[in-house]
Design a protein around this ligand. Structure first.
Ligand SMILES: NC(=O)c1ccc[n+]([C@@H]2O[C@H](COP(=O)([O-])OP(=O)(O)OC[C@H]3O[C@@H](n4cnc5c(N)ncnc54)[C@H](OP(=O)(O)O)[C@@H]3O)[C@@H](O)[C@H]2O)c1
Length: 333
C-alpha cells in the first residue's frame, strides 16, 4: 500500500514540485494542505490525483487533524510531511522584517509541533535556510533566513524525537525570481537595446542557484524519502544546481533572451529607497552573501551535510539555470 505524505505549500512553488514528483512516482499518496481548497491551484492538484485538506499553519489543531489519514473505520496518520513557510507573504501584508520572521518562526514551529503529535510519522522534511546571523557571528541579520534557522535549533533542542526523523532542506536562489520578482527583473532602458539589472551586489558575487524549483525540489525530496538512513537525524540537503556569479547568471540570461544587459550595482540605501523594506531585506541577503557565499559551513557541517550524489541524485535528473531560463523565456523580458 502506498504511503501518504502531507505537503504544505502544495499550491506553491516548492510544495507543488514535491506533490508533482510524488504523485508521478505512484509510490505516495499526496495530501495537499492548503488554506483554500477552492483555489485554481488546489483544484488543479486535486485533478492530478492529490487529496485536498484545509488547514492553516497558524492553527496547530488544524495541522494535527490534517496529518491524520481517515479511511473509515481506520484512522492512521501520514508517514511523511514536507513543511515550507512563506516569510515574504508576512512582509507583503504589512509586517516589518523581524515581525515577519517571528510570524514565520511561529508557523514553522506550529507545523513541527503538529508533526511531533503524529505517531505514524516516519520522515519530516523542513524547508529552511542557513542562519546569516550565526554564520557571520552576529555581523549580519537576514530575517528571511535567520528565523527559519531558529526553528532548526528548536526542533533539535525541544523535539529530539522529531529531529531524529528530520531532514532539513535548503534551496538556492530561484531562476524564476528574474521572471516574476520585480526587484530581480531586468529593466528595459528607453531608447536603448540594452536592459539593466539594478542589484545591491557586485556582479562578481557568488550565488547558489536552485535551478528549476518545481522539478528539482521534487527530485531531492523523492531521493530524501528513499534514503532515510542517509538523510534523517537532522541532516541537511541542499537543492542546488550551480554556484555562480551574478555576472555569469546575467550572461546566461543574455544567451537565452538574445538581449544585451548591464549589471548596475546599487548601495543598500539606494536599493532600499527604490524598493522599501523588501529592498533592504534583499540587500542584506546579498551583502551577507558577498562574505558568505558558501552556505555549507557552520551549523550544517556540524550536524551533517548530505551531498546530492550520496542520495543518488545525478546532474541529469536536475534542471539547471540555463534550461530554467529557457522555460521562463517569455517572462524574462
Ligand atoms: N525565491 C527564492 O529565491 C527562494 C530561495 C530559497 C528559499 N525561498 C523561500 O521559499 C519560501 C516560499 O516557498 P515557495 O516559493 O514555495 O512559496 P509560494 O510559491 O509563494 O507558495 C506559498 C505556499 O505556502 C502556502 N501557505 C502560505 N501561508 C500558509 C498558511 N498560513 N498555512 C498553510 N499554507 C500556507 C500557500 O498555500 P495556500 O495559499 O494554498 O494556502 C502556498 O502553497 C519563502 O519562505 C522563501 O524565503 C525562496
Amino acid at each position: 500500500m502506498a504511503k501518504t505524505i502531507a505537503v504544505l505549500g502544495a499550491t506553491g512553488t516548492q510544495g507543488g514540485g514535491v506533490a508533482k514528483a510524488l504523485l508521478k512516482s505512484g509510490e505516495w499518496n499526496v495530501r495537499a494542505i492548503t488554506r483554500n481548497t477552492s483555489s485554481t491551484a488546489a483544484k488543479a492538484l486535486a485533478a492530478s490525483g492529490a487529496e485536498l485538506v484545509a488547514a492553516n499553519a497558524d492553527d496547530v489543531d488544524s495541522l494535527v487533524n490534517a496529518f491524520e489519514v481517515r479511511i473509515p473505520p481506520i484512522k492512521i496518520g501520514v508517514q511523511a510531511i514536507f513543511a515550507v513557510t512563506n516569510w515574504w507573504e508576512h512582509l507583503f501584508t504589512g509586517n516589518d522584517p523581524h515581525a515577519s520572521g517571528r510570524l514565520e518562526e511561529q508557523q514553522a514551529w506550529n507545523i513541527a509541533t503538529a508533526a511531533s503529535k503524529t505517531p505514524s510519522l516516519q520522515h519530516y522534511i523542513f524547508s529552511t535556510l542557513p542562519s546569516a546571523e550565526k554564520l557571520s557571528g552576529g555581523k549580519f541579520q537576514v530575517p528571511h533566513f535567520d528565523y527559519k534557522a531558529k526553528v532548526d535549533e528548536r526542533i533539535r533542542k525541544d523535539l529530539p524525537a522529531l529531529a531524529a526523523k528530520t531532514t532539513f532542506l535548503w534551496l538556492g536562489w530561484y531562476p524564476s525570481n528574474m521572471a516574476f520578482f520585480p526587484m530581480a527583473k531586468a529593466i528595459p532602458v528607453p531608447g536603448s537595446e540594452t536592459y539593466i539589472f539594478v542589484a545591491p551586489t557586485p556582479a562578481s558575487a557568488y550565488m547558489p542557484v536552485a535551478g528549476e524549483v518545481g522539478t528539482n525540489t521534487g527530485v531531492f525530496v523523492s531521493a530524501i524519502l528513499a534514503n532515510p538512513d542517509k538523510s534523517q537525524g537532522g541532516r541537511y540537503v541542499f537543492v542546488k544546481t550551480e554556484t555562480i556569479t551574478h555576472g555569469e547568471i546575467m550572461k546566461i540570461w543574455e544567451g537565452v533572451t538574445g538581449k544585451k544587459a548591464q549589471w548596475i550595482p546599487a548601495s543598500r540605501e539606494v536599493f532600499a529607497d527604490m524598493w522599501g523594506v523588501a529592498g533592504a531585506e534583499l540587500a542584506d541577503q546579498y551583502i551577507w552573501g558577498v562574505e558568505f557565499p558558501d552556505w555549507e559551513v557552520g551549523s550544517a557541517k556540524a550536524v551533517g551535510f548530505v551531498a546530492a550524489e550520496e542520495l543518488g541524485v545525478k546532474d541529469g535528473d536536475l534542471v539547471g539555470l540555463k534550461e530554467s531560463f529557457g522555460l521562463l523565456k517569455d517572462y524574462l523580458v
